[in-house]
Structure formats: C-alpha cells, structure tokens
Design a protein around this ligand. Structure first.
Ligand SMILES: Nc1ncnc2c1ncn2[C@@H]1O[C@H](COP(=O)(O)OP(=O)(O)OP(=O)(O)O)[C@@H](O)[C@H]1O
Length: 241
C-alpha cells in the first residue's frame, strides 16, 4: 500500500485534485477550526482512503472538494480545471457534471421514489439519459437491489438499501470524481465488506477517481493509497499548538 506523499515529485500525471495553499476557517474562529493544506495532488483514477481523528477536518475537506465551502485562501483545481475560483452557479454546474457524492446521511430526498431521486441527479447532468428508467434499473441490478424498489419512496428502504441507492445516484452520470464520507458506519462487518466491494467495482466501471473518508481503519485494505489528515493539514504559522 502506498502512503501518499504530499511533497510530490513524480512526473506530472493528469490530476483529479490539485490543492495549492488552501486555507479554510469557519467564520473568525481559531486555527483549531481550520484547514491549512499547502499542497495535495491526487492523480486521475486514484482511489484514496482519507482518515484522521474526529475533528481533524475530513468533512470540511470534502465540503471544499464538492464546492459546498470555498477556501479562505488558495486554490482548488479539479480534473485540471479551476474549481474554487468559479462563481457559485458555475461550481454547482461543474459538480452536477463531474462529481458524485455519497455523504453520511446519503442526502436522498426521503419522500421521493428511488427513481425520482436518481432522475433528479441526471436532470442536472451534462448529458441527459434518454432512457433513465432502464439505466437506473441496470444500476440497481448491479447493486443487488430488486427492481421493485425503484418506485418506493427512499424512506421506505432499509439503511443498507438507501446506501446502495445513494451510490446509484452518485454514479448515474458517470462522474470523473466520487466523494464518499463515512458511508459504512451503520453497517455490520459483512454488509460493510459487500458495500465496499460494490462501490469499488462500480467506481472501476466508470473509471472514477475516489476519495473515501472513514474512521474505520480496517477499510484501508480496499485502497491503493491512503492519507492521514495530520500529514495533510499543517499548523497555521504562528498558531498556538
Ligand atoms: N459549521 C461549523 N462551524 C464551526 N466549526 C466547525 C463547523 N463544522 C466543523 N467545524 C469544526 O471544524 C473542525 C473540523 O471538523 P470536521 O467536521 O471537518 O472534522 P472531521 O474530521 O470530519 O470530524 P468527524 O470525524 O468527527 O466527522 C472541528 O474542529 C469542528 O469543530
């Protein structure tokens, strides 16, 4: 397994992620509520396991990568294109076209059917899928979900089923970058391993780069690179430690 080197001297490969001198603070709070990442580059196609203590900034970093937050300083490029410097509207469009997200609460619209949840993601895609029902069905079959879930409201599904729907929704537009935050916390060990296998197979099939955040170090075996937030997030100059 490769520990990701943040002082990267390898020959240039196309980047999925390129963070340069990124700083982030929540409001005017102290440095402990902040990120300071001088450099972080992830090559396209890489599958990265991102771990770290509670409060070390993992979710904040994912929110910066998905454009929910923007850096206080520095720049984020995704897929070799400017991202953090875009207007909020353009960032939303970029996200809809290129990024899939599976966050802790899955972010499914609870009262909408599984199909409508998946359709919603495709609605904002660069290319609308003319046969979204067939595509959604094919995706659900790959995820071992029966096709009758398609018309059930999301909140009528088990947690494990909702996780799979969240993956289907995140991958339906074949995103180049997939961001996943602690999705296995509610699963037992065998369900967790099944989830990981499916997630990685699906990622492979659409050739997505993956950033996967978790506390659960037993999951690191599923990844070819891993990074600890403490090696990424440097103390602010002059900050009391
Ligand atoms: N909305 C917010 N306003 C102010 N501070 C925040 C906010 N969200 C997070 N923080 C602070 O930012 C720091 C990083 O939090 P973050 O949620 O990114 O950590 P994490 O590594 O994802 O934690 P966990 O593993 O517990 O989910 C923490 O000190 C946290 O208290």
């Amino acid at each position: 397994m490769k520990e990701v080197n943040t002082d990267n001297h390898e020959p240039h490969k196309p980047w999925a992620i390129n963070l340069q001198n990124v700083q982030f603070r929540y409001g005017k709070s102290g440095a402990e509520n902040a990120l300071n990442i001088p450099l972080w580059q992830v090559a396209r196609g890489e599958r990265v396991f991102l771990h770290g203590d509670s409060g070390s900034g993992k979710t904040t970093l994912l929110n910066l990568l998905s454009g929910v937050l923007t850096p206080t300083q520095g720049t984020i490029e995704l897929l070799e294109q400017p991202f953090s410097t875009l207007s909020a509207r353009r960032r939303d469009t970029f996200r809809a076209h290129h990024i899939g997200v599976v966050f802790q609460q899955f972010n499914l619209v609870p009262y909408l059917s599984v199909l409508k949840n998946i359709q919603l993601a495709n609605h904002f895609a660069a290319k609308r899928d003319k046969d979204i029902v067939a595509s959604a069905n094919a995706m659900l079959a790959k995820l071992n979900l029966p096709s009758d879930v398609l018309h059930k409201p999301a909140n009528a599904l088990s947690v494990g089923q909702q996780q799979r729907v969240a993956i289907a929704r995140a991958l339906i537009n074949q995103p180049e970058l997939l961001l996943v935050d602690e999705p296995t916390s509610a699963l037992d060990a065998s369900a967790r391993d099944a989830f990981m296998t499916i997630l990685l197979e699906m990622c492979e099939s659409v050739e997505a780069s993956l950033i996967f955040v978790s506390h659960d170090m037993s999951l690191k075996e599923f990844f070819n690179s891993r990074i600890d937030m403490s090696s990424l997030n440097k103390p602010f100059e002059g900050a009391a430690c």
